[in-house]
Design a protein around this ligand. Structure first.
Ligand SMILES: Cc1ncc(COP(=O)(O)O)c(C=O)c1O
Length: 451
């Protein structure tokens, strides 16, 4: 076993400053110099080396709204996305419960990419063989990363919205007792990581911004792990409104719509088991092409943005910190701020799951499709996508009748995997989620005791 067989507790991921100084320093050094050093487990946190949440506050010159749009940046996590957090949390809970044993078990990671990358990475650090089960039509950078971390690939046909096939394959492979799945769509460590670590980091991220509170939180669900941060945000700021974002082309939560789309990581044609739909107030639809054009603006349009009044340093910081789903989350945050009539004191928090590094091929494809992407064109796109983002496609899910639609969707998606109606009904009560969340303390203690 490695010198550090177990990594951080949930509390230490939220507060890395409480990790032993020597280990934290070693970890920060390894993040720059050796990403495969297991000490990197202690870099699974939203905080930078100054113990501040990695974030950007977007200017009105880009968003067109008075409210502050605060984006938490996931690209600084080891492996390049915050999805490594749920992968680690699921694996470590299994290890301390003695259900997952190194040398005995192979780890399965059903995913559209980033969770698979996280699974391969964490498995490598903790000494497990990993098989990532994902659609065969995702951006090629994802497969390369998984192979680089020693992960094996099991591909299912299709793209982003065909993730249900990866789930079916995972459930079939789980019949072999040697295989243990980090089943992100249905296991609660994903909920716990995001509620505790992401949710409380969001609360810290708005300190000193506007009124220091959170009026809205937007997240486009893939597994619906990240949106669990909303449950914690609502605990601290009960006025906060939570919006789930979906591709316009695959509006499963909004109205049962199902279709192909290109926002990698989200919109998987289902209501995941771990999605607490009781706290979801709105569902907002975002057009996939706008997120790809947004990627072009952020990556290549610094000059265009500067000429529209965006501070140069901010324009340059946008270049590498976003992928299409992060841009989707920003557009959703703007729409929510407009819908709720938020003002300059108000904050809407959202998340950029990963950075540009895994989307070169997506941008190359866009460059092939558009004859012209001059500064003028990019400015027109910026106005259309961000500044003039409308309140259209905002669905209010605060009424029980609308919630029933989501409960029905969940039944439709999960009864077939062996979950009972009684269990699904128990999720209608907030106490179900509070009980799942309370296990954070149990695992804090178990991890600390066993490492
Ligand atoms: C790029 C990207 N964005 C968004 C998400 C959605 O996050 P979550 O699964 O926490 O809902 C994912 C999930 O894999 C992702 O890879």
């Amino acid at each position: 076993m490695n010198k550090i067989p177990f990594g951080p507790t949930y509390d230490e991921m939220l507060h890395p400053e409480t990790v032993k100084a020597e280990v934290r320093q070693k970890a920060l050094k390894a993040l720059q110099e050796d990403e495969l050093d297991p000490v990197n487990l202690f870099n699974i946190t939203w905080k930078n080396n100054r113990d501040e949440v990695r974030k950007m506050v977007l200017p009105s010159a880009l968003t067109g709204v008075d409210a502050n749009i605060v984006v938490m940046l996931g690209c600084g996590f080891p492996s390049g996305s915050h999805k490594v957090g749920p992968a680690y949390s699921t694996l470590i809970e299994g290890m301390v419960d003695n259900e997952i044993v190194p040398g005995e078990h192979t780890i399965l990671g059903p995913s559209t990419g980033n969770f698979g990358i996280g699974t391969a990475y964490i498995s490598k650090l903790l000494g497990f063989r990993a098989i990532v089960i994902m659609p065969d039509n995702m951006s090629k950078e994802r497969y390369e990363r998984i192979r680089k971390y020693g992960g094996e690939l099991e591909l299912t046909p299709g793209s982003e919205s065909d993730v249900i096939l990866t789930l079916e394959r995972t459930h079939a492979m789980m019949k072999d007792p040697k295989n243990k799945a980090l089943a992100q769509f249905e296991l609660f460590p994903n909920y716990r990581f995001h509620r505790h670590v992401t949710g409380n980091s969001a609360v810290e991220a708005v300190k000193g911004v506007g009124n220091g509170r959170i009026a809205g939180f937007t997240s486009a669900p893939g597994s619906a792990g990240t949106i669990a941060a909303g449950d914690q945000i609502k605990k601290v700021f009960p006025e906060a409104r939570i919006a789930a974002l979906e591709p316009y082309e695959c509006s499963t939560l909004a109205n049962g719509g199902r279709g192909q789309h290109r926002i990698e990581g989200i919109g998987d044609k289902m209501c995941t088991l771990i999605h607490n739909v009781g706290t979801t107030d709105f569902v907002i639809l975002i057009k996939d092409e706008e997120t790809i054009q947004g990627l072009k603006i952020f990556h290549d349009g610094a000059e265009a943005l500067v000429h529209m009044g965006v501070d140069r340093e901010i324009a340059l910081n946008l270049q590498n910190s976003f992928g299409p789903s992060g841009i989707c989350n920003i557009i959703g945050a703007i729409k929510l701020a407009k819908f709720l009539r938020l003002g300059p004191d108000d904050n809407v928090v959202t998340v950029a799951t990963d950075g540009f590094d895994r989307y070169h091929s997506v941008l190359a494809d866009l460059n092939g499709r558009y004859l012209e992407t001059t500064e003028q064109v990019l400015q027109r796109w910026t106005r259309n996508i961000f500044l003039d983002a409308g309140e259209d496609s905002v669905f209010d899910f605060r009424q029980q009748a609308r919630k029933e639609q989501l409960y029905r969707q969940k039944e439709n998606d999960w009864l077939k995997f062996g979950y009972t109606k009684q269990f699904l009904d128990s999720m209608r009560e907030q106490t179900f989620w509070e009980q799942e969340y309370a296990k954070v303390q149990t695992y804090n203690e178990k991890i600390a005791a066993l490492r």
